[in-house]
Design a protein around this ligand. Structure first.
Ligand SMILES: C[S@@+](CC[C@H](N)C(=O)[O-])C[C@H]1O[C@@H](n2cnc3c(N)ncnc32)[C@H](O)[C@@H]1O
Length: 321
C-alpha cells in the first residue's frame, strides 16, 4: 500500500473485482505498489460540468494539472514493471500530463480516437478526437497484443474502401494492424445498452485497451469508474479489477445485470481479429461482389458489381505488412 489506506469495505465485490466509493487518491492509497498490469484513467475534464458527485469541475488550469499529477503519481506507484498506464483526456490536458508522465514512464503512443465531442465552435476547428496517452513502466510493455481489425468495407455492398492492390495475399487473415488513429469506435449506444448516466466510454474502446495490455488474470485499475465500463470489460474477459468513484450508483446498477453488456461484448469480439466481418461477407454475397481469391479467407463467391468501387491507391502499402 501507499500512504495509510483508510477505506475498509468495498461497496461491491465480485469474484474478480473490488469497487470502492471514495476519492480516487484514497482508493489508490489502498492499492499495493507494483501489482497493477493496466492503470486506466478517464477523469473529469475540468469543463465546468455538473457531476452527481458535485466535484469542482472548473479549477484554475494549474490546479487541475497539479490535482491530476497527484493521482497519476499514485497510479505510477501501483504499476508493475512493464505495466501500462493509459490516460484518456482532451488534447489540451494530455499535453502537460503527458510531459509529466514522461518523467516517470516510457512514452509509447498518443492515440487519437475519432469521436466528436462538442458542437462546432466559431473560429476554431471542430473538436473531433480524444487523446489516449499510452505509457509503460520501464522500457517495454510486459503485455502487448493489440487487436487486429477488419478491412474497412462499404456499408451497402461490402466492397473494400481501399485497394490493397498486389498485397492481398500478404494480408494477415486475422485482420489489419491497428494504427494510433482509431476511427472505428462508435459512440455509446442508447436504449439497448445504455441505461446509465452520460460520460460512459464505449465498451469497444475499453475492450480494446484491456485486451491490448492485459491477459486473463491480470489486474486492471481505474480510479474514476463512472458507469463502470472498465470494470465491465475486465470482469467479462476474466481480468481482476479494482477501482472506485465518488458515486458508485451507476456501477452498482450496471453490475446488477450484465446481460446486455455480455451480449454487446460478444458482438464486439465477433468483429475483430478477422480480415472481413461476417456482415461484410454477407453484404458482398447479396450484392454479388466476389472477394478476390488472393485474400487468405474462405468466402462464398458471387456475381454482379456494386457502384462503390474502392478508390485506387495501389501505391499504398497495407498496414498489416
Ligand atoms: C468521465 S467519468 C468516467 C466515466 C467512465 N470511464 C465510464 O466509462 O463510465 C469521471 C468520473 O470521475 C468521478 N470523479 C470525479 N472526481 C473524483 C474523485 N476525486 N475521486 C473519484 N472519482 C471522481 C466522477 O464522479 C465521474 O463518475
Amino acid at each position: 500500500m501507499g500512504q495509510a489506506c483508510r477505506i475498509v469495505t468495498p461497496i461491491l465485490a465480485t469474484p474478480s473485482g473490488r469497487l470502492y466509493q471514495a476519492d480516487c487518491v484514497d482508493v489508490l492509497h489502498c492499492v499495493e505498489a507494483e501489482t497493477v498490469d493496466l492503470a486506466f484513467a478517464d477523469p473529469p475534464f475540468n469543463l465546468g460540468k455538473t457531476y452527481a458527485s458535485r466535484i469542482n469541475d472548473a479549477l484554475a488550469d494549474e490546479n487541475y494539472v497539479s490535482w491530476c499529477e497527484t493521482w497519476l503519481t499514485e497510479m505510477i506507484r501501483t504499476l508493475k514493471p512493464g505495466g501500462t498506464l493509459m490516460l484518456w483526456n482532451l488534447p489540451k490536458w494530455n499535453i502537460p500530463l503527458g510531459h509529466f508522465l514522461g518523467k516517470h514512464l516510457t512514452f509509447r503512443h498518443w492515440i487519437s480516437v475519432d469521436i466528436k465531442y462538442s458542437l462546432p465552435i466559431a473560429g476554431r476547428l471542430y473538436p473531433s478526437h480524444y487523446s489516449l496517452l499510452y505509457f509503460v513502466k520501464g522500457t517495454k510493455p510486459a503485455i502487448f497484443h493489440p487487436d487486429r481489425i477488419p478491412i474497412a468495407c462499404c456499408r451497402h455492398c461490402g466492397g473494400e474502401l481501399k485497394d490493397y492492390g498486389g498485397y492481398k495475399d500478404k494480408m494477415n487473415p486475422r485482420g489489419v494492424n491497428i494504427s494510433d488513429v482509431w476511427t472505428d469506435i462508435p459512440p455509446v449506444r442508447h436504449a439497448k445498452y445504455k441505461k446509465w448516466e452520460a460520460n460512459a466510454l464505449p465498451l469497444k474502446l475499453m475492450d480494446r485497451i484491456v485486451s491490448m495490455s492485459t491477459d486473463p488474470g491480470s489486474l486492471v485499475l481505474d480510479p474514476f469508474g463512472g458507469s463502470g465500463t472498465t470494470f465491465v470489460a475486465a470482469e467479462l474477459t476474466g481480468r481482476r479489477w479494482i477501482g472506485g468513484d465518488l458515486g458508485c450508483s451507476s456501477i452498482l446498477e450496471r453490475f446488477a445485470s450484465l446481460d446486455g453488456d455480455r451480449e454487446h461484448l460478444k458482438e464486439i469480439q465477433r468483429q475483430k481479429n478477422m480480415l472481413f466481418t461476417e456482415e461484410d461477407l454477407r453484404r458482398r454475397e447479396k450484392s454479388g461482389k466476389p472477394l478476390s481469391k488472393r485474400y487468405r479467407v474462405e468466402v462464398p463467391s458471387s456475381g454482379a458489381a456494386c457502384r462503390c468501387e474502392p478508390e485506387g491507391m495501389p501505391s499504398e502499402v497495407p498496414m498489416s505488412l
